[in-house]
Design a protein around this ligand. Structure first.
Ligand code: F6P
Length: 365
């Protein structure tokens, strides 16, 4: 029997979102009379007057698996449970408009919703499911911090970008006998930093899971600089913090934006190290959104396409309130309630940490 499915991408964008959408459309096309609709900019398309919905057909998704970003647009401002509304005095308040959303889903005769997003989006999925919405979650994020899945799509592409940056910094650092600090994304998880540090052969990697001791970092750098003829590469995750200090962050002034914006630890680290090595030439590179943009690598396209196919099969089987996950070698599903709330952070016994230590990479502890 035919189904009308609403698809949306929420939160920060991520390489592979389009491959999920295309994977869904193709799989749904093999089933009888399925119709896929996309909501523009997460739930905003559904909630706006007039609504902004687009029909997703084989024609509209042709070739999009190689494209970064999302053809549907996305936003991390405004959950249906905390929708920013401007008061007459110009200030903003967050209002719960989830009942409006549910009413609109019914008017549009939506049989199922597929929410492709990170932890914040999947928390919304779970709350909507608790209110009776037949919903499926698909995990995305370059940070790889969603629990219950071995990997999220987008992560491997970010690691490729960060590793390429390490490789490039090595050549310029060696030419100038410099210390190069590379700040990468990842929020409270150090996966991008640790992976690119191992792949690129960095000297130091600082991750949120292990608060660092600047003196330990200095010892490693001294040994690498070898007087003034050496060079050193430090990869620091945006969420890393010294053992006696906090993360470097700022509040976003954007209405409805609920996250703390991390960033700047690279410069703070430079300042701290320059105090120890006043003569040493240092430069900081903040990789930023380059890690999120552009073409997904093959691995992420494959994972994303598998997630898209699985999401359609869950709907076909009437299995809602579930999140699609990768558990090597299979694509399976878990209850959304299990997947949200706890993060996939690097555990002390993880072999990648042992590998870093076994390759003389200093973790600052
Ligand atoms: O969660 C993905 C991510 O890129 C984080 O690594 C980063 O901290 C954050 O999003 C940046 O968000 P924004 O694009 O809103 O600045």
């Amino acid at each position: 029997m035919g189904k009308r499915v609403l698809v949306l991408t929420g939160g920060g964008d991520c390489p592979g979102l389009n491959a999920v959408i295309r994977g869904m459309v193709k799989r749904a096309g093999q089933l009888d009379a399925w119709e896929l609709m996309g909501s523009v900019e997460a739930f905003h398309g559904m909630l706006r007057e007039p609504m902004e919905l687009v029909r997703l057909t084989r024609e509209t998704v042709a070739g999009i698996h190689v494209r970064g970003g999302t053809i549907l647009g996305t936003t991390n401002k405004g959950s249906p449970f905390a929708w920013p509304v401007k008061r007459p005095d110009g200030t903003w308040e967050n209002v719960d408009i989830s009942d409006d959303l549910i009413r609109k889903l019914q008017i549009q005769q939506i049989d199922a919703v597929v929410n492709i997003g990170g932890d914040g989006s999947q928390s919304i999925s779970q709350r909507l499911y608790e209110k009776g919405v037949p919903i499926i979650g698909v995990p995305k994020t370059i940070d790889n911090d969603l629990s219950c899945t071995d990997f999220t799509f987008g992560f491997q592409t970010a690691v490729e970008v960060a590793t390429d940056a390490v490789d490039k910094l090595v050549t310029t650092a060696a030419s100038h006998s410099r210390l190069m600090i590379l700040e990468v994304m990842g929020r409270d998880a150090g996966w991008i930093a640790l992976s690119s540090a191992v792949a690129g052969g960095a000297d130091v990697v600082l991750i949120p899971e292990i608060p660092f001791d600047i003196e330990k970092v200095a010892v490693k750098i001294r040994s690498r600089m070898n007087g003034r003829k050496g060079f050193a590469i430090v990869v620091v995750a945006e969420g890393a913090r010294p053992k006696d200090g906090g993360q470097v962050s700022k509040q976003s002034g954007e209405a409805g934006y609920q996250n703390v914006r991390l960033g700047g630890v690279g410069y703070a680290l430079q300042e701290a190290l320059q105090a120890v090595f006043p003569e040493l030439s240092m430069r900081v590179t903040v990789l930023g959104h380059l890690q999120r943009g552009g073409t997904p690598c093959a691995y992420d396209r494959i994972l994303a396409t598998q997630f898209g196919v699985k999401a359609v099969e869950l709907i076909r089987d009437g299995r809602f309130g579930r999140m699609v996950v990768y558990r090597h070698p299979d694509i399976v599903d878990v209850p959304l309630a299990e997947a949200v709330g706890t993060y996939n952070l690097i555990q002390p016994q993880h072999y990648l940490l042992q590998t870093a230590r076994g390759n003389d990479i200093c973790l600052g502890d």
